[in-house]
Design a protein around this ligand. Structure first.
Ligand SMILES: [Zn+2]
Length: 155
């Protein structure tokens, strides 16, 4: 990843000071760590992605709005904040192929369970099929997650 820009550093400072004002439990509740990671990625892609460039002022505004009457944050503000994050993260997932931590494992576990059920049906014994399906999917999902981690594709 390239060095963070001045823009990102400003966001980082803003998030740190907001955290100090609202406390750790609320910071978790508003997913501020995730917000910061998201900003870091937007910062990384902004030079080549017009959409990410447009997200920068939006991220500024989201943080400003949330901080406006902290530590008293209204339900409405929380909803807007988390909704805005959702939209930006969705772009990072779809547009830049980033995945969430453990995403491959979760996907493969559901495939593996279905496979295991089918296999168990074939053997007429689910007790045989499911452990095979789940074991296989844990192996595949973990390898894919480790690979994504190595390629710096995890947000
Ligand atoms: Zn982008």
């Amino acid at each position: 990843m390239p060095e963070p820009t001045e823009w990102y550093r400003t966001i980082e400072t803003g998030v740190e000071s907001l955290k100090a004002r609202i406390g750790a439990p609320d910071a978790r509740d508003y997913h501020l760590d995730r917000f910061l990671k998201m900003a870091r990625r937007v910062d990384e892609f902004a030079p080549t992605c017009p959409k990410c460039r447009l997200f920068q002022p939006e991220i500024d505004k989201m943080l400003r709005d949330l901080a406006a009457n902290a530590p008293q944050i209204l339900k409405e503000q929380k909803r807007t904040f988390l909704g805005g994050m959702e939209a930006i993260l969705s772009h990072l997932h779809k547009g830049h192929k980033l995945i969430s931590e453990g995403q491959n494992l979760a996907i493969w576990l559901s495939i593996g369970t279905a496979m295991g059920l089918a296999l168990g049906g074939a053997f007429q014994n689910p007790a045989i099929g499911i452990p095979i399906g789940v074991g296989l999917s844990i192996a595949i999902g973990s390898v894919l997650d480790a690979q994504a981690q190595k390629e710096d594709k995890v947000i």
